[in-house]
Design a protein around this ligand. Structure first.
Ligand code: DOR
Length: 445
């Protein structure tokens, strides 16, 4: 069986940074020791000066397949992901067809099995009318459920209170929710259309997709989860006020209500709209610098449990439409780790906290088996990073099918050097290596 010995790296794992050697044997981590003497048959990598981290498990991506493959495919975006040190992803159901039946879920799994270079999992979509499917599908096939409690790409709004209560009461799976109150958004949008017509200035996006819309919807979802005992995970928190809805008094494994924050809400603020325009139009909207600071604080205080991307590519042509027609979302998987490692260097969080939120916690929350940690016997999903090597994002280096990034021209303070998925080197200093395909994530059920 193939063996790879990584020597002299600084490992980042379970709250510590320490120098050890790590031996990969086949797909798994064989051992982690102070010093492993090579026996001659291993491929040795001298990682002096580099850090070795678990691969990021991104719990919220939109890879657009099936049906929206003019924006992206599982093949293209999974390659961008591994170039960015994301070794596993959980993909969203707002494709065409929507992932709201077992058949649609099985079809996606089949595409991923033949095309994904990263490990893959999917969320099963809930709608106003698929309660029967939610109750009957094989739950081993999905990471959890996804409900849009505010409309976004894909017309998946669940706004029937009765149905919502039934969904919350009928499953033990994690229920991930997009929270933005629809009636608040509609009212704000109408007011702005009255004033500006279709071409609303992008700076108004956070007034339309407002703080109040986020808070109303998140607090309502939490109320319902408390009333029904559901396992609720609130995606992409974007405001300071919402952070007060989450607690840090229990370990993650015991929490029933958790929160996620996304890279763009930690990086950008309202001040970036004049320069970046629709490229940073997201739902929920990027808001004030003070919101961004509160999100960092909540992350560091463990009120927010997970870091993710909400990678949601659209074509540049689509993004350049007037406000009411420009879709929300942007590509991020190739740049999430470099951006957050840069934030570490800027003192916004620690390396240990980054690894906890991006790697350990998604594994704990979704009960993903044998991944997310540097542990003997776990899959060797690993990233070697250089914290001294700067890297400026250039169009020609983008692997996203849509061919643009909101980070173009940005210089990150750290670079991804190598990425291993299941023990296979799949990314090496700028090059994707088609050495093996990813595996389906499995869950303790
Ligand atoms: O900005 C967003 N884009 N937010 C979402 O929730 C959906 C996503 C998309 O699929 O385009």
């Amino acid at each position: 069986m193939k063996e790879i010995l990584i020597q002299n790296a600084q490992l980042v794992n379970e709250g510590k940074v320490f120098q050890k050697d790590l031996l990969i044997r086949g797909e798994k981590i064989e051992k982690i020791e102070d010093s492993i003497v090579p026996l001659g048959h291993e491929k040795c990598i001298d990682a002096t000066g580099l850090h070795l981290l678990p691969g990021w498990i991104d719990d919220q991506v939109h890879f657009r397949e099936p049906g929206l493959t003019h924006k992206a495919t599982i093949a293209s975006e999974s390659r961008a992901a591994v170039a960015g040190g994301i070794t596993s992803f959980i993909e969203m159901p707002n494709t065409q067809p929507q992932t709201t039946t077992q058949k649609a879920l099985e079809d996606k799994l089949q595409v991923a099995a033949k095309d994904s270079i990263a490990n893959y999992g999917f969320l099963f979509g809930g709608t106003n009318d698929n309660l029967k499917e939610i109750k009957s599908f094989d739950t081993r096939l999905a990471a959890g459920l996804k409900l849009f409690l505010g409309s976004s790409t894909g017309n998946m709004l669940v706004d029937n209170e009765e149905v919502l209560r039934k969904i919350f009461s009928s499953t033990d799976l994690p229920i991930a929710v997009h929270c933005e109150d629809e009636s608040t958004i509609t009212e704000n949008l109408e007011q702005h259309i009255d004033q500006y017509g279709d071409d609303i200035p992008i700076e108004k996006h956070p007034e339309i997709r407002s703080e109040a819309a986020c808070y109303r919807s998140s607090s309502r979802a939490i109320e319902l989860a408390k009333a029904t005992g559901a396992r609720l995970h609130v995606f992409h928190i974007s405001t300071a006020v919402e952070t007060a809805l989450f607690s840090n008094t229990q370990p993650l494994s015991e929490k029933k209500i958790t929160a996620e924050v996304c890279v763009h809400h930690l990086w950008f603020s309202e001040e970036d709209y004049p320069k970046k325009g629709p490229l940073i139009k997201w739902n929920p909207a990027v808001k004030k610098a003070s919101d961004r600071e509160a999100l960092w604080k909540a992350l560091n205080e463990d009120k927010i449990d997970i870091l993710a991307t909400d990678h949601a590519p659209h074509t540049l042509e689509e993004k350049q439409n007037p406000y009411t027609k420009a879709p929300s979302g942007g590509p991020l998987v190739q740049h999430a780790y470099p951006a957050l490692l840069t934030a570490v260097k800027q003192g916004k969080t620690s390396l240990e906290k980054l690894v906890e939120k991006a790697c350990h916690n998604p594994a704990i929350l979704f009960k993903i088996q044998n991944r997310g940690f540097l542990r003997q016997g776990y899959y060797a999903d690993l990233v070697l990073v250089d914290l001294q090597k700067k890297n400026t994002v250039a169009k020609e280096d983008l692997l996203y099918q849509c061919g643009w990034s909101p980070f173009e021209g940005t210089t990150f303070e750290a670079s991804i050097v190598k990425t291993f998925v299941n023990g296979n080197l799949v990314y090496n200093e700028g090059e994707i290596l088609e050495s093996a395909l990813g595996k389906k994530l499995t869950f303790e059920r």
